[in-house]
Every structure is written in C-alpha cells, then in structure tokens.
Design a protein around this ligand. Sequence first.
Ligand code: GAL
Length: 375
Amino acid sequence: MLKQGLFICAVLVLTMPGIFSCVNNKKDMVTTESLGTFEGKDVFLYTLTNKKGDVIRITNYGASIVEINVPDRDGQKTNVTFGYDDLDSYIKGDPYFGKVVGQYANRIAKGRFSLDGVEYTLAINNEPNTLHGGPTGWHSRAWDPEVLKNTDYPAVKFTYHKPDMEEGYPGNVVAEVVYTWTDDNEIIMDYKVTTDRNTVINITNHAYFNLHGSGQGDILDHEILIRASAFTPVDSTLIPTGELRSVEGTPFDFRTPHLTGERIGDEYDQLKLGRGYDHNFILDNIEEVDAEVYDPSTGRVLQVITDQPGVQFYTGNFLDGTQTGRGGKVYAYRSGLCLETQHFPDSPNQPGFPSVLLTPEEPFLSSTIYRFSVR
Ligand code: GAL
C-alpha cells in the first residue's frame, strides 16, 4: 500500500510538476499550486492534509495561513480563519490576515528606539507609531519555501532573508518559520531568527479566527479563556503606558472563561482606549494551554500554546466589512479575533518589559501551537 501510494505520488509529481509534491507517507500530503509571482519570486499555495483528512492551506507570501478547515461537533467542516482567494487580493487587501509579522510585531512608539547608543528611526505607518514591522515588513514579502521531507506530519518551511536596515531595523536577519499540521489538528509554528549584529525581534502569526466559520457572524458569542493575571494598559495610540495591571476585578480577567461580548462594552478606561479588546496579556505560562476559544454553537475549540511571554487579544475592532475573502466571505466589524503570541508591544522603549534583544550569539527560538478540537 505504502509503495502504491508513493508510486501515485511520483506519477503526479512527474506529470504535473509545480502542482504536486509529496512527503514521506501516502496519507500525509502536501500539494503545491502556483499563485503567481511577487517581486520576482514564485508564490505558492500549499495544501497540508493530515491523517484525519483535515486540511490547512498556507502560502509563502507573508508566510501566511490562508485556510483552516476543521469539523464542528457534528463533523461539519468549515474554514475558521481569514484569507483571500488570490495573490492580488493578498497584495492589495488587509495586510495581516494569517501573516507572520516581523521584524517587530505590534507597535513601536513614534517609530523610534535606541540600541547600543544608536537611535533608529522607523516608518510611521500607524500614526503616530510604527505597526507590525512597517509598511514593507515581513508580512509583505515572498518568503523562500521548502516542503519538508521525512517529517512525521505534513510540514513546510518558509525563510526570509532581511537585509541590514530594511524597514530601519539593524542586522542581516534570517527568519524561519516551519508550519507543521499534526494528526491532532494542531498547527505548530516553530520560529528561528538569527542576526549578524544586535537588533530587536518580536515575531507573531496574525491569524483571525471565527469558530462559526469565517464570514459567519461576529465573535462576541465566543467564550475566551486567557491564563494571564496581568495585562499592559495602553494610551490612546495603543502604546503601553509601562504599567503592568492586575486583571483582578476587571473586564480583562479571562482566567475563567467569559464570552467576548460579555464585558466589551463596559465603562472601563482600557476598553474605551482599545476600542474593545486590543491588548497584550501577560501570560502566567504555568499550564500547558495559555488561551482557549470555545464556540458553544458549533462546539469548536481553539487552544493556543506558546513559550512567548504575552498574547495580544484583539477583537477585530478595525474590521469594517470592506474586505471580501475566500469564497466571497465579508469580514465585518468584530467578525474575527486574534490571539497573537508575542513579546510586549513597544518593548524596545520600555525598560520594565522582558528584553527583545537579538544578538549574533544566540538565535531567537520559539514555538506556538494552534490546536483545534470540539466539545
Ligand atoms: C493587531 C493590533 C491592532 C490592529 C491589527 C491590524 O495586532 O493589535 O491594533 O492594528 O493588528 O489591523
């Protein structure tokens, strides 16, 4: 059987190169199709199918997650993340759907930071701050793709070589992300980042989730658990004030599950300043699962597991229905939520936050898992 499978795989690769490729096991499969070219680089859509027959799709443009098809409690599969159908929409549409964001995810105040006595100036793309690595950050690049062979599960590696001073960040930086799609419906994201001189790093995946199915209503009825005892309050430009505030007694206490919409309209300073939830939660990092989303209506569960110190819980407050994604789905106000595992926003300017220094001596290594199930 295994030989037969490998034979069929080989025939597909030989007859339709560029469309099909295979990994080691006949059931664990990665197929490849062309989406076009961007800045002279080929862009591909990869379909990863696990032994359950469940499928995710990713692309090397922005090292993005494009589609996640997972069953509800009755076995009905649907796509629960935001993405586009074609490369042109990725280039012209919302810059962050499913993307890997770097070199510095989230905001840097007024586009400035100092390192080793030198002041660095960044592009201001979110007045008055820099957001998500600047206008041509890693989300907007075609990464070099490689379908990994001899892995336990379908896996694809994307690599981006960032030249020194691109978007104002020092260092020739090499960023790698490996996406692995396990038979337990986990997307494992393994990051490795190296540099040839001191710089700053904050990398995340910016997938939006709606566990009803993307484009199907809002996420206010999703139940959220975040194992965080404190969060970082922000000013009106969404820059942390430096305070580490306990969640105790606030609408930011998700240590026991609450619906997203339950307290989002409360008269609480940070909900006003954030236009909803758009804040970095300081993870306790004690239990395996750091955050969980549950949709009571479909039974779908998303668990987020990370080694990062924070997670940005963002309730899609800037979505406005102007974006139409895969299958003609419209992404309305608060129709998706993000759990962006990361270091704290603006850390290069905040001496009280964990360090985001990346040196040539020690690579940045990190893993985050999105695990899907039902109950
Ligand atoms: C989030 C950020 C939001 C918004 C969004 C992109 O990471 O916290 O404020 O900028 O990205 O629209």
